[in-house]
Design a protein around this ligand. Structure first.
Ligand SMILES: OC[C@H]1O[C@@](CO)(OC[C@@]2(OC[C@@]3(O[C@H]4O[C@H](CO)[C@@H](O)[C@H](O)[C@H]4O)O[C@H](CO)[C@@H](O)[C@@H]3O)O[C@H](CO)[C@@H](O)[C@@H]2O)[C@@H](O)[C@@H]1O
Length: 560
């Protein structure tokens, strides 16, 4: 009887937690679990895999360890959504069971062949430890959930032969079709030690692939490329374009992941010759090379959402705590909030912005209009959680006299943010927001701007400073930085931050630069986390507007 009652109480508690009622009991134990950034109910997650929109349903797969909170036993977790905000979690779509994938079902992509036949291409580690490429198909294409996936009898479809390093051959991209009717994919590889390569493959049916004589691109400057993504962007607006689109007014983006960052280049792709000519500088390892995100954001993947004519991007946001913390929490890894991505007006970079559906979760709003923030100002935004909020703030500057000077030695934005942190007063800046701020500001995460005069132009620096984010020892408190390509004399300087328990995902200059950070506050949790706007420069700054919303919790629940 006692046992039965205990079981009943447990089930009731689980029900309350799942329905978001038992917020306090569960949240106290889990201050770092997110409310609206996707994460599975427990265990390890890394790269987003094969996202797609098919028959009215969004599918997100991800590298997942069903057995624990650290990397291992890698399977394809699978969740579905109608709005990219609320998710049903299904059983893993792919698990390592066959000789050709027993070492783990690694990253890959989905392609909807001819608009109606989805396939998954994924890397796996085979029984000999070699990386091979495999294919899987839905068991029943008319199941709207695409719950069950069948591995193709012809697996593995590609093995690392000739000059391909057996442990550096992975992460097939979404396929695109060329004017000759053939499908193409790229796979990340390292051919000769030190030569990162996006290998190019052709197929007439999506099942049988042959390697092209020449890769789509290679580099001797960087480490092995993981998770390549290659897609067109419109040069006439924000609309996304299908990966196989053939037509004018487009440029192409190649993104590759290495050294913990997602770097991209933009160029002109000629599908007749399969030549990709760069319009931006080539891949190199530096904090000024174009990156999707200058903080924690890796192994990202995009897909074309035909329903809303947009390209949507996710990235893996890894933990900054320790493996022992992973066991305490029972989980590791988040996905960024899905972002729309498009080409900027200058065509020199991409712009990213949280998908509009996020607005569904906005609850209580606080609005502040036009205030002068004198040097040394600190203003609390009352009624807004500093741990679960969507914050938009717009600043403008005038005159711009007595600016701090910047020279060529100061070209690394991350280093500059480290040197000139939130407590180092300049003339214009630091100004921005403090989130996860404890009562006496012992803990605070500062996202801010600072304006400099460079040799030829103004430089607007955006920083996310985690150095005081937690009184805990042993968690990462790195500071991140990026330059914003805008003119501070004429353009407004805007910041949007999505704050969610242990993540701060920030968009500067309406999405010109993104910085994602992880934080593990001890004091500034739940209702103890405050939000402030501040100006720690000597010059006044105008805050044109501030709009902040407390955010409701998204429903991320198992499918019955
Ligand atoms: O899950 C496999 C897919 O993930 C990718 C891209 O994330 O490859 C990751 C890789 O290593 C996983 C591993 O850690 C190492 O890589 C991480 C990120 O690339 C680093 O952050 C970490 O410091 C590295 O040690 O993750 C575990 C710990 O985080 C560790 O046990 C793993 O080695 O998977 C490949 C196989 O191990 C390895 O070659 C990659 O670096 C993608 O490329 C894979 O498809």
């Amino acid at each position: 009887m006692v046992k039965e009652m205990a079981g009943w109480v447990l089930s009731f508690c689980i029900l309350l937690v799942v329905n978001g009622v038992g917020v306090h009991a569960s949240e106290d134990l889990q201050p770092y679990r997110t409310a609206f950034h996707f994460q599975p109910l427990k265990n390890w997650m890394n790269d987003p895999n094969g996202p797609m929109y098919f028959n009215g349903v969004y599918h997100l797969f991800y590298q997942y360890n069903p057995g624990g909170p650290l990397w291992g036993n890698i399977s394809w977790g699978h969740s579905i959504s109608h709005d990219l905000v609320n998710w049903f979690i299904l059983e893993p779509a792919l698990s390592p069971k066959e000789p050709y994938d027993i070492g783990g079902c690694f990253t890959g992509s989905s392609t909807i062949l001819h608009g109606s036949k989805p396939i998954i291409l994924y890397t796996a580690q085979d029984v000999d430890g070699a990386q091979v490429q495999n294919l899987a198909l839905p068991k029943n294409r008319s199941d709207p959930l695409l719950k069950d996936w069948i591995k193709w009898s012809g697996n593995p479809i590609l093995t690392p032969v000739n000059d391909i390093n057996t442990s550096q051959f992975r992460d097939p991209s979404t396929a695109w079709m060329g004017p000759d009717g053939k499908w193409r994919i790229v796979i990340g590889s390292e051919i000769i030690k030190g030569q990162a390569t996006a290998l190019l493959y052709y197929s007439t049916d999506g099942f049988n692939w042959t390697r092209s004589d020449k890769p789509l691109k290679f580099s001797r400057e960087t480490n092995m490329w993981e998770c390549p993504d290659f897609y067109p962007v419109s040069n006439t607006g924000k609309d996304g374009i299908d990966t196989s689109f053939q037509g004018n007014n487009t440029m192409h983006v190649l993104k590759v992941s290495f050294d913990s960052h997602d770097y991209y280049v933009i160029g002109m792709y000629d599908p007749q010759m399969d030549q990709f000519l760069l319009a931006t500088s080539d891949f190199n390892v530096s904090n000024t090379q174009l990156q999707y995100d200058y903080g924690r954001f890796y192994a990202s993947k995009s897909f074309y959402d035909g329903a809303k004519k947009r390209r949507v991007l996710w990235g893996w946001v890894n933990e900054g705590d320790n493996p022992s913390d992973a066991f305490k929490k029972g989980w590791s890894g988040l996905q960024s909030f899905p972002r729309s991505v498009w080409l900027s007006d200058t065509r020199k970079q991409l712009v990213q912005w949280p998908v509009e559906e996020i607005k569904k979760l906005r609850a209580k709003q606080v609005n502040m209009e036009s205030r002068e923030l004198k040097g040394g100002s600190l203003l609390e935004v009352p009624g807004i959680s500093g741990s679960q909020a969507d914050i938009e703030v717009v600043f403008s500057l005038s005159n711009l006299s007595d600016l701090e000077l910047i020279n060529s030695d100061m070209s690394d934005p991350q280093h500059l943010c480290d040197q000139k942190n939130v407590s180092t007063s300049g003339s214009y800046g630091p100004f921005g927001v403090l989130v996860f701020a404890s009562q006496n500001l012992t803990e605070q995460t500062a996202v801010f701007f600072r304006v400099f005069k460079g040799p030829n132009k103004f430089q607007v620096l955006m920083c996310s400073d985690q150095s005081r984010s937690s009184i805990a020892q042993g968690v990462d408190k790195s500071t991140y930085g990026a330059f914003l390509d805008l003119d501070p004399l004429h353009d407004k300087i805007s910041l949007r931050s999505l704050v969610d328990h242990s993540i701060v995902e920030s968009f500067g200059g309406e999405g010109l630069a993104c910085i994602t950070a992880r934080v593990y506050p001890k004091l500034a949790i739940h209702e103890h986390a405050k939000l402030y706007v501040f100006n720690n420069g000597t010059k006044s700054v105008t805050m044109l507007s501030l709009n902040a919303w407390n955010m409701n919790k998204a429903q991320i629940v198992p499918m019955d």
